[in-house]
Design a protein around this ligand. Structure first.
Ligand code: UTP
Length: 271
């Protein structure tokens, strides 16, 4: 069972400036909900029951969003707008928060969750990757494989060759349809990507990842890179990659965010 998940949401969102000066990328609207709401729902729908969201000083909007608004609830009740109250859903599960003092990188944000996780396997979901699927939630697809293989598993999707330089890209051997035993991982390869399989922001890790995160020094872009910890993990234990069925949208890419908005805008009921 995977009971706990970390959602890192403390980055600067520099690719989406200037709006991210005041609105966190994780709070970008997708239909009438912020992006992170879909990801929190995905985690709970996948069987997770405790989530730690890593925020920063500038991200109080996220904490406020998942809290009750007593005045608003009282107002809707008084006005007999029960239907709006029903629609006003706060995900039903435990959400905890902690702060990352400096945005030193994704690896650093995960490292901060060590005490929350303790000594058990756990999930990581990046709130800027939204997955539209028709059946099984993206994270659940990884959890199902974890239950069978009991090793760390990284979510993957196939990406056009010219886009691979924007992602972590893996090298691996297919052990069954869509599942790979990983040999290597490269962060944003400028040339000769090892495959067309890009990392999608969903992961299951054994707690061993914290040992590897603890050893890291700043890597590409001066950041503590999760990819470097995975590279190190690969040397000491088996790690799998699994293609997640569904459509992935990286809302940190303006083009993909607008594509998702158009899709959802045309059928708001679908989400
Ligand atoms: P990204 O690299 O996509 O987000 O990290 P970013 O750094 O905010 O955005 P750009 O690249 O500058 O445009 C993936 C997730 O990890 C979080 C981000 O908030 C995002 O949800 N993150 C990143 C942290 O929590 N801490 C960090 O130091 C870096």
């Amino acid at each position: 069972m995977i009971r706990k998940a970390i959602i890192p949401a403390a980055g600067y969102g520099t690719r989406s400036l200037p709006i991210t000066k005041v609105i966190p990328k994780e709070m970008f609207p997708v239909g009438v909900k912020p992006a992170i709401h879909y990801v929190v729902d995905e985690a709970f729908r996948s069987g997770v029951d405790q989530i730690l969201i890593v925020v920063s000083k500038r991200k109080n909007l996220i904490v406020d969003y998942f809290d009750h608004s007593l005045e608003l609830e009282a107002f809707l009740e008084r006005e007999n707008k029960q239907h709006l109250l029903d629609q006003y859903t706060i995900p039903d599960g435990e959400i905890y928060y902690t702060r990352q003092p400096y945005a030193k990188g994704l690896g650093d944000a995960i490292r901060i969750g060590e005490k929350f996780i303790g000594d058990e396997p756990f999930a990581v979901l990046l709130p800027d990757d939204i997955i539209l699927e028709k059946g099984t939630p993206g994270l659940k697809q990884l959890i199902d494989d974890y239950t069978r293989f009991r090793s760390s598993i990284i979510g993957l999707n196939k990406v056009e060759p010219h886009l691979l330089s924007s992602y972590g890209v893996v090298k691996g051997t297919e052990i069954e349809a869509g599942t790979y035993k990983l040999d290597d991982i490269v962060e944003k390869p400028k040339q000769n990507p090892p495959s067309n399989l890009a990392v999608l922001g969903r992961y299951i890790f054994t707690p061993a990842i914290f040992r590897h995160l603890a050893k890291l020094t700043p890597g590409a872009g001066g950041e503590i890179q999760l990819t470097d910890a995975i590279k190190s993990l690969l040397k000491s234990e088996k790690c799998l990659g699994k293609i997640i069925a569904g459509q992935r949208f990286d809302i940190g890419s303006n083009k993909e965010y607008i594509k998702l908005q158009n899709l959802i805008g045309n059928s708001p009921a679908s989400l």
